[in-house]
Design a protein around this ligand. Structure first.
Ligand SMILES: [Ca+2]
Length: 364
């Protein structure tokens, strides 16, 4: 267990245990008690009312017209994973376990290239230099945002000719997505991060227990998702119908990084007799594997189901000619992107958790 992890656990009074070399962490002071009695079967979702002061809002990246729309997502309790009866189910989607989720905001759309470019190519800093801004005289918060680590230049155009304007950024590593979230947090003065796997699936389901947020019938998926049958590349965000929470492209377009390490049997390590409070397999120095959710433009409909889990692997960087390979870019992951979330009640130790990767790939 790393020093960093020990700090994390002390700061948040988490309950943790080791499984297969990965720590599974339950936040908010441990498992909630008695919640299971309110959810008699995995086919029922307990949806709590939104806090009265939780409204949609829009962020604007300073110095630009770029906006991020944030949508409130209610809290509640559900069973993560899919039932054994679900068509095309994969084994790592079970066993289903009860999860308690606190309310949060989530970006309505996947993060687009123009925003990601501002971070990854330091366009904000270059603009300020062109305008003659004295960077040393900026506020401490802006200086801190400028100081967040940025990606090294990729060896090629990471859009791979698949389009740019209003399209989701692709090909970034899990570390890079985490650092971009930290840059946004510092720049905007709120805690933005990747959702946990449990938060992501909760948001994707939109209060539904069916395979998709619109039901079980995959023949309807073209109304809601870009996938292999209706596109040959990522598409502009927000062009398909939203889910019941008002989120677009949770199914398809690009698969989305979540905070968690991938472990095929993660759910079986959670208690079966009570609801876990937002468990997460917290990132560490291991480069692989992390979870991407929702399926992509390159997947079949069955791989866009709310419960489908995909772990990253070395094949995602096979074309990267650099040695060591980039910690910032997955050259072959034209199907992966991310979106951000913000907790309604901040969770210290999680909201401000910083990617521990600071060195070249291969660090153990
Ligand atoms: Ca997506």
């Amino acid at each position: 267990m790393t020093d960093l992890f020990q700090v994390f656990t002390q700061a948040t009074r988490v309950h943790c245990r080791r499984i297969l070399g990965i720590s599974i962490v339950c936040l908010s002071g441990g498992f909630s008690q008695g919640v299971l009695a309110q959810i008699p079967s995995p086919m029922k979702i307990e949806l709590q009312p939104l806090p009265a002061d939780m409204k949609p809002y829009t962020e604007t990246i300073p110095g630009t017209s770029l906006k991020i729309e944030m949508v409130p997502v209610p809290g509640g309790t559900y069973w993560i994973g899919s039932p054994e009866t679900e068509a095309d189910r994969n084994k790592d989607e079970g066993p289903q376990r009860a999860i308690k989720i606190e309310p949060f905001w989530m970006s309505k759309h996947e993060i687009i290239w123009d925003i990601y470019d501002t971070y990854s190519f330091s366009l904000d800093i270059k603009r300020k230099k062109n305008e003659g801004v004295d960077l040393a005289k900026q506020s401490d918060s802006v200086k801190a945002a400028d100081a967040v680590t940025r990606p090294t230049p990729p060896y090629a155009d990471m859009t791979f000719g698949m389009g740019h304007d209003n399209q989701p950024a692709i090909c970034m590593t899990h570390h890079s997505a985490m650092e971009c979230s930290r840059w946004l947090s510092t720049l905007l003065g709120k805690s933005y991060r990747l959702p946990t796997e449990g938060e992501w699936e909760w948001a994707a389901r939109g209060g539904q227990t069916t395979a998709f947020s619109f039901g079980d019938d995959p023949s309807k998926i073209g109304d809601y998702a870009w996938y292999v049958e209706n596109t040959e590349k990522p598409q502009q965000v927000g062009k398909k119908k939203p889910n019941p929470f008002g989120l677009h492209d949770m199914h398809g377009n690009v698969a989305e990084w979540v905070l968690d390490h991938y472990s095929a049997d993660a759910y079986s390590k959670l208690p079966a007799d009570k609801a876990s409070a937002n468990p997460v397999l917290i990132p560490d120095l291991k480069e692989y594997s992390y979870v991407a959710r929702g399926g992509s433009w390159d997947d079949d409909a069955k791989d866009l189901r709310s419960a489908v889990r995909r772990g990253s692997d070395k094949e995602w960087s096979v074309q990267d000619p650099q040695r060591p390979q980039s910690i910032w870019w997955h050259t072959d992951a034209t199907f992966v992107g991310f979106r951000i979330m913000r907790a309604y009640k901040p969770t210290p130790g999680l909201d401000d958790f910083k990617s521990p990767i600071v060195k070249q790939k291969g660090t153990k």
